[in-house]
Design a protein. Structure first.
Length: 108
């Protein structure tokens, strides 16, 4: 994951283009990190754990900001063919059906 972040930062900042990076998959990364690390506000494990969770959330949203605002001219919408609905709908169904307890934080 760190190598992915390094690639995105190198690609965005040094080459000033984002061709080849899927915006839809970056949105999915941000959604996964946000929902996965919601326990950041309820459970403290360690300082390292909390810092890394915040780092992953901030870096995924920073990537989205760079893609959709600063480098919008180099983002190719036509080649971003990732079908989000084929991934989100089954995962939402599995989240409701397979969980330890039926609570908001567990299902999300």
């Amino acid at each position: 994951m760190i190598s992915h972040i390094r690639f995105v930062l190198y690609n965005n900042l040094s080459l000033l283009l984002i061709s080849g990076i899927s915006g839809k998959s970056q949105i999915m990364f941000a959604m996964v990190f946000t929902t996965r690390y919601l326990d950041l506000f309820t459970t403290f494990v360690s300082l390292y754990n909390s810092v890394m969770k915040v780092f992953f959330i901030v870096s995924s949203y920073a990537t989205l900001y760079l893609m959709y605002s600063k480098f919008r001219a180099t983002y190719d919408h036509n080649h971003d063919s990732f079908r989000v609905e084929f991934l989100v709908v089954p995962m939402a169904g599995l989240a409701v059906l397979v969980n330890h307890e039926f609570s908001l934080l567990e299902v999300i």
